[in-house]
Design a protein. Structure first.
Ligand code: PLP
Length: 366
C-alpha cells in the first residue's frame, strides 16, 4: 500500500545543518568544544533586546498569540514605510515561500528557479505537485535572461534569491527590476532577500518600493540571519493586498507564536545589533577569504554571511572533508544535494570560531 500522491513520495526531505548535540554524540566530542558554522545563524547570539521582550511576553503564554500580528506588522510598517495590508507574517520566511507556492500554483503548472538556488524552492514546488523548471546557473548565480526565457504559459511562480544561498551570488537591483518588469503579469516573482541586511550601502536597492509598481511581486525577508532569531521562526512577505490576502487565507491562523512576535519587534528596532552583525560579518569574510587565498582554496565571492569553497576536485571531496572536519568538532554544510559535491559552505562566525575552522581545515587538507 502506497499512501499519498506520487509527488509527495518523490520529495527528498530537507537536510539541515547537523545540530551540535548530534555531532557530540556521534563523534564522542564535548559539546562545548564544537563549532557550528553550518546554518548561517548569527554568531552574536540572541539580541539582548529580544531576550528582554520575550521575558515580558512570557506572562501571556497561556493565551493564543495575536493571529494578525498587529504590533509586529505595525513595527514592520513603520520601519520600512509599507502599509500593514501589504504584510504577511510567516513561521520563518520559509513559510512565506511555501504560502506563495500553495496559494498560486497547482499540479500541472510550473515554477521557475535557478540551479544552485535555495533548497526550499524545489520542496515548495514538489509539495503542490507542480513542474520544476530549473534554469542552469551562470557563474554559479542566477541567469535572469535564461530564467525569463524559461517561463511558459503554465508558469505561475518564479523564485529569485538575492543574495543567493548557498552560492552567495548577488544581482544588481536594476537587473532584478528589469527582470520583474519583463515577466508576464500572470507570473508572480518571489524575491527572497533573507540576507539583504548584510549588503553594503553600495549594493543596496529598494525592492519594497517596487511592490507598489508590480502587483505580481512578493518580497520575502527573514529574522533568522542578521536579526539573530533563527530558533524562533519569524519572517515576513511584502506584497500588494491582492497577493497578501490570498496568502492570508492559507496560512495557519497562529503561524507566528507570541514570543517570536515580541522578539521580532525588539530586534527590528535594535539598530545597534544589526550594525554590529554586519560589521562582524564583513570582518569575518575578510578573515576567511584571506586564509583561503593563502591556502590556494577556490571560493565564490559571497554577499551573504557564508562562503562556498571547493574542498577538492574529486566528486566526493565535499563529503570527505566534511567528515574529517566533523571529527575535529567543526560543523559546516555539505552541498551535494544542491549538485555541488566538491564544495562546502561555511557560515561566517566569531573571529575565534573562524580561526578554529581554518586551523582544522589546514590539518584536514595537509
Ligand atoms: C535561510 C534562508 C531562508 C529562510 O530562513 P527562515 O529561517 O525560514 O526565515 C530563506 N531563503 C534563503 C535563501 C535562506 O538562505
Amino acid at each position: 500500500m502506497n499512501f499519498g500522491p506520487d509527488y509527495v513520495r518523490a520529495i527528498a526531505p530537507y537536510q539541515g545543518g547537523k545540530p551540535i548535540s548530534e555531532v557530540a554524540r556521534e563523534f564522542g566530542l564535548d559539546e562545548a568544544t564544537i563549532v557550528k558554522l553550518a546554518s548561517n545563524e548569527n554568531p552574536l547570539g540572541l539580541p539582548d533586546s529580544a531576550r528582554q521582550a520575550m521575558m515580558t511576553a512570557l506572562t501571556e503564554l497561556a493565551r493564543y498569540p495575536d493571529s494578525n500580528g498587529f504590533d509586529l506588522k505595525g513595527a514592520i510598517s513603520k520601519k520600512f514605510g509599507v502599509p500593514t495590508d501589504w504584510i504577511t507574517l510567516g513561521n520563518g520566511s520559509n513559510d512565506i515561500l511555501e504560502l506563495a507556492a500553495r496559494s498560486l500554483v497547482t499540479a500541472g503548472q510550473s515554477v521557475v528557479y535557478a540551479e544552485y538556488s535555495f533548497a526550499v524552492y524545489p520542496l515548495a514546488t514538489q509539495a503542490v505537485g507542480a513542474r520544476h523548471i530549473v534554469v542552469p546557473a551562470k557563474n554559479f548565480g542566477h541567469d535572469l535572461q535564461a530564467m525569463r526565457a524559461a517561463i511558459t504559459a503554465e508558469t505561475r511562480l518564479v523564485f529569485v534569491a538575492n543574495p543567493n544561498n548557498p552560492t552567495g551570488s548577488f544581482i544588481k537591483g536594476e537587473d532584478i527590476h528589469a527582470f520583474i518588469a519583463s515577466v508576464p503579469e500572470s507570473v508572480v516573482v518571489v524575491l527572497d532577500e533573507a540576507y539583504t541586511e548584510y549588503l553594503s550601502a553600495a549594493h543596496r536597492y529598494d525592492s519594497l518600493c517596487w511592490v507598489s509598481e508590480f502587483p505580481n511581486l512578493i518580497v520575502s525577508r527573514s529574522f533568522s540571519k542578521a536579526y539573530g532569531l533563527a530558533g524562533l521562526r519569524v519572517g515576513f512577505g511584502i506584497a500588494q493586498p491582492g497577493l497578501t490576502d490570498l496568502m492570508n487565507r492559507l496560512r495557519q491562523p497562529f503561524n507566528v507564536n507570541s514570543l517570536a512576535q515580541a522578539a521580532a519587534i525588539a530586534a527590528l528596532n535594535d539598530e545597534t545589533y544589526l550594525e554590529k552583525s554586519a560589521v562582524l560579518n564583513a570582518e569575518g569574510y575578510q578573515q576567511l577569504t584571506a586564509a583561503f587565498d593563502q591556502m590556494g582554496i577556490e571560493y565564490l565571492p559571497s554577499f551573504g554571511n557564508f562562503v562556498l569553497f571547493r574542498a577538492g576536485t574529486e566528486d566526493g571531496a565535499g563529503a570527505r572533508v566534511n567528515v574529517a572536519l566533523l571529527k575535529k568538532g567543526i560543523i559546516v554544510r555539505p552541498v551535494g544535494n544542491y549538485g555541488l559535491p566538491q564544495w562546502l559552505r561555511v557560515s561566517i562566525g566569531l573571529p575565534d570560531e573562524n580561526a578554529a575552522f581554518l586551523t582544522a581545515l589546514k590539518l584536514v587538507l595537509s
